[in-house]
Design a protein. Structure first.
Length: 115
């Protein structure tokens, strides 16, 4: 199974980006999906999560600005990010948990927000 994130880049303060995570080689369904980020010198943190029931979670730092969505039949997840701030600068990763109970990580995509 391979996860590939895309859509990162350089954006100005207040701008928007939409990240895509595409899974290939998955033989069982998608259970849970999480988007994480890691800035230099910091630990990887969860920024968005959705489970198989459609329940979502966002930390306060991104709530109201970030939205996670999943196209389960296509094994694709999106992270829509609005009103971006310099502190959102990080490498963004997606993590997928399959209905078979396995977890997979993508390689990450860089998001840089200029002030």
């Amino acid at each position: 199974v391979q996860l590939v994130e895309s859509g990162g880049g350089l954006v100005q303060y207040g701008g928007s980006l939409k990240l895509t995570c595409t899974a290939s080689g998955l033989t069982s369904g998608v259970l849970d999906v999480g988007w994480y980020r890691q800035a230099p010198g910091t630990e990887r943190e969860l920024v968005a999560f959705v489970n198989s029931a459609g329940n979502t979670y966002y930390p306060d730092s991104v709530k109201g600005r970030f939205t996670i969505s999943v196209e389960r039949f296509a094994d694709i997840s999106y992270l829509t990010m609005n009103d971006l701030k310099p502190e959102d600068t990080a490498v963004y990763y997606c993590k997928l948990v399959s209905s078979g109970g396995n977890s997979y990580w993508g390689q990450g995509t860089q998001v840089t927000v200029s002030s």
